[in-house]
Design a protein around this ligand. Structure first.
Ligand code: G6P
Length: 609
């Protein structure tokens, strides 16, 4: 995931830029760069492949200059390399950093090349630099030049542009990729995430979609998408960010549960247009490959396997593409038959899980169309060895029991499903509806977290139990599996998940008044079927704990406790209903006094077989 930092100050800004990049590094990157204006007309650019530390090491002497921009890149257009790293320049004066994807870059590139502009990278971003440079020849300042080129850009961008000939300002524009202005005293900053700027300011102005701003040391001018000047008040941040610090939270797991609305926002950033998804998020060749996909095989372990199982329901019902899902440790030792046009998808938080990696390596010789990794760690082996990759941007996950890695995987899979649907005649109205459902998801997750106190109370009823059953149907069956896994992992209570329709084929025999049964009941097409399953349990004296949509009309009584969740689009319900189950496990573990963040016998990343 790319990160942007910019600064304009009386002091030299290079070290502020480097520190900002370091704080964004966890989001995934393959290269980094900065450009500083050391004197009017003189742009100093340094870029390096690899970590921010390599960039920092490359600055051998103090780099003077009070205006600068910097970037950590996660490659989409063009391989990770120094020449593709940002900032991109035009004619030695204009420098640009950009997050997002310019969809019509090929057409713009052709136009600019025909006019003699030389391209020195394979990125989509470079067109912005040349467009601004061309416009700057006829416009009297940088702001006007940026205003003039914005209507030419299609796709998503958060961009910061400087002009060495005009070192008293930088210009920023936001559409689909967030940007925040950090307000200092006699100096100002900009970044893709406020945490990059916490060492220099606590005052932030969050730009809105379509905003363009001109920032100088003492002034911030903002105009909205219609070109009207707007006053966006600064807000004081109380955040304390440190990836290795759990802040106000008692455990990393709890912090990571609460990180989810923001993690999902990050996962969605620059990947959605108004009514479709930007499939370039999977890589430059994604479009070409996706057009050929007839079947998807997903391979993963643990929690990542559960997200794969949800995706199977989605792929077949929404994209009309058949899908098989398998645990990596099984798949790697089979002799699978690969159908023509099959895409192999691996899912992994760490990208280093031995079985998943071995499955990928084994499968490479089986005739798959291509391989795609959905992963949280940009520099991981899984990502490096796959043809395509989608970074989930969950941020560093420290708790062994995976939480935000899972929900952001679901987001990545949802975007994959819609991308494949776009090549397989998905109804445009349905597509737009699903994009809308993704956009409202972070707010729904925030509302769901307000149920924590109710769930904490509920946990008391589980703490002395030895077994628990989790029930779901359809795409909630894998969520029941994930809920059971969480409870097992951190509270050591034996938990099993069943597809509710399967109850009568065995597990009903287990039910008595000492067996809590957790039911996941969003308001979807299987609700009536699920209600019948609930009655089967009730008739045998089981105690039910039902997580339901208000409209599902479950009422609490002596044999049933109901927790109502906010309304959500049924498609996104698997993501939303995961959160109360994570909280339930967490609070049960707290009562039992187990080691929540490092449960016995388990490891975060299983790099051995
Ligand atoms: C371990 C972790 C799980 C994780 C699984 C797969 O078992 O404890 O939380 O789901 O590995 O890891 P991956 O990094 O491949 O998602």
């Amino acid at each position: 995931m790319c990160g942007i930092v910019g600064a304009i100050a009386q002091r030299d800004v290079a070290q502020i830029l480097i520190e900002g990049l370091r704080r964004l590094e966890y989001r995934g990157y393959d290269s980094a760069g900065l450009a500083v204006v050391s004197e009017p007309g003189r742009l100093n650019r340094i870029r390096r492949l690899g970590k921010v530390q390599s960039l920092s090491d490359a600055i051998l002497a103090p780099l003077p200059g009070g205006l600068g921009i910097a970037h950590t890149r996660w490659a989409t257009h063009g391989e990770p390399s120094e020449r593709n790293a940002h900032p991109h320049e035009s004619s030695g004066n204009i420098a640009v950093v950009h997050n997002g994807i310019i969809e019509n870059y090929a057409e713009l590139k052709e136009e600019l090349a025909a006019e003699g502009y030389q391209f020195t990278s394979d990125t989509d971003t470079e067109v912005i630099a040349h467009l601004v440079h061309r416009e700057r020849q006829s416009q009297d300042n940088l702001l006007n030049a940026v205003r003039a080129i914005i209507p030419r850009l299609r796709g998503a961008y958060g961009t910061v542009i400087i002009d060495a000939e005009q070192p008293e300002t930088m210009v920023v524009a936001r559409s689909g990729s967030p940007l925040v202005i950090g307000v200092g005293i006699g100096e100002n900053f900009v970044a893709s995430d406020s945490l990059a700027l916490l060492p220099v300011t606590r005052q932030f102005i969050y730009l809105e979609e379509g905003d363009i701003a001109q920032i100088s040391r003492s002034d911030i001018y903002i105009e909205d998408a219609s070109g009207n000047q707007v006053d966006r008040p600064a807000q004081e941040s109380t955040a304390s960010y440190d990836a290795g610090n759990k802040g106000e939270y008692r455990h990393f797991m709890l912090k990571e549960i609460y990180d989810q609305p923001q993690a999902v926002r990050n996962a969605l950033e620059s990947r959605l247009a108004d009514d479709h998804v930007l499939e370039q998020a999977f890589g430059t060749q994604a479009s070409e490959i996706f057009a050929e996909v007839k079947h998807v095989q997903i391979v993963a372990c643990g929690t990542s396997y559960h997200s794969a199982m949800v995706a199977r329901y989605w792929l077949e019902s929404l994209a009309g593409i058949s899908c098989s899902v398998e645990i990596a440790s099984e798949y790697r030792y089979r002799k699978p038959v690969v159908l023509p046009g099959s895409l192999l998808v691996t899912i992994s938080q760490s990208g280093e899980t031995a079985d998943t990696l071995a499955a990928l390596r084994m499968a490479r010789h089986l005739g798959y169309l291509a391989t795609l990794a959905i992963c949280n760690v940009g520099a991981s082996s899984l990502v490096r060895e796959s043809d395509l990759a989608f970074m989930t941007r969950a941020g560093v996950e420290i708790g062994v029991a995976s939480t935000k890695a899972f929900t952001t995987q679901l987001v990545g899979l949802a975007i994959l499903v819609l991308s494949l649907g776009q090549h397989n005649n998905i109804n445009p109205l349905l597509l737009a509806e699903m994009v809308g459902a993704l956009k409202t998801l972070p707010d729904e997750l925030e509302q769901t977290l307000t149920l924590a106190a109710d769930i904490e109370k509920l946990a008391e009823e589980f703490a002395d139990k030895h077994h628990t059953l989790f029930l779901g149907r359809g795409d909630q069956y894998p969520i029941a599996m994930e809920g059971a896994l969480k409870l097992k992992e951190i509270s050591y209570i034996h938990a099993e998940a069943y597809a509710a329709g399967e109850l009568k084929h065995g597990p009903l025999a287990l039910i008595d008044d000492d067996m809590p049964i957790v039911v996941i009941a969003p308001n979807n097409e299987l609700l009536e079927k699920l209600k019948s399953n609930v009655e089967e349990v009730r008739a045998r004296g089981g105690i039910l704990y039902v997580f339901a949509d208000k409209d599902a009309q479950f009422e609490s009584d002596e044999s049933m406790r109901v927790i109502n969740l906010p309304h959500t689009h049924p498609w996104m319900a698997p993501v939303v209903y995961t959160l109360p189950l994570q909280l339930l496990s967490y609070y049960v573990a707290i009562i039992k006094g187990t080691d929540v963040d490092q449960p016995r016998n388990l490891a975060k990343s299983v790099t051995v077989e």
